[in-house]
Design a protein around this ligand. Sequence first.
Ligand code: PEP
Length: 256
Amino acid sequence: STTRRPLMAGNWKMNLNHLEANLLVQKLAASLTEKQLTEVETVVLPPFTDLRTVQTAVDGDKLLIGYGGQDLSPHAGGAYTGDISGSMLAKLGCSYVVVGHSERRAYHHEDDAVVNAKVKAALTHGLTPILCVGEGLDVREQGTHVAHCADQLDGGLAGLTPEQVRQVVIAYEPVWAIGTGKTATPEDAQEVCGAVRQRLAERFDQDTADQVRVLYGGSVKASNVASIMAQPDVDGGLVGGASLDAEEFAQICRFP
Ligand code: PEP
């Protein structure tokens, strides 16, 4: 993990209007030094309606904060009412986009084929997809969580070349730990993040597996980030609730 730059990505979900978004980005930038922002890549993932505001804040003050969308359409454009394309996100200066978050899979019935098409759409537009995988409580209790996540990984990355896979970030998010305050133990996080890397080596190649960043997500907080980040195959965090508080998220980004 020594050569992989840590990444902390704050998923705001459906929270914060554009005024609140501006305030949070300004506070976050004020709480982190340039050195800290260089050591740990810091990214916010606001609702679409906040992206122009975040772009203005980041560009205006040349902040070392990245940003991206929480979803994108698998289509390039056309008659898809309510959807947002990869080129629209790229035009707003996004560098990341979340793909296959468990809330999208659950509430919008996104299957691995759709998730795969979205990963490809993101790459087409130069966006780094943050591909989410993770098991629900039922699968965890059956003990088949590693196989479940490997299947989602295979599905999401189907048809990609190793070069393309190196442009992807994976996030392991056990559904039972998202927004529940129930964090996976550092050992649980390592088990699946390590298995994800192993799978990447098997499906693609060892170089690719060594380069891809694998994040853990699920009730990451300032108080538990250090023990999670101490795991060899955990390269960062996808942070929901705790990313809405500038000081808490800044503390998470200052974990080293
Ligand atoms: C998430 O939504 O990606 C997430 C990890 O949420 P939380 O940190 O609130 O559990």
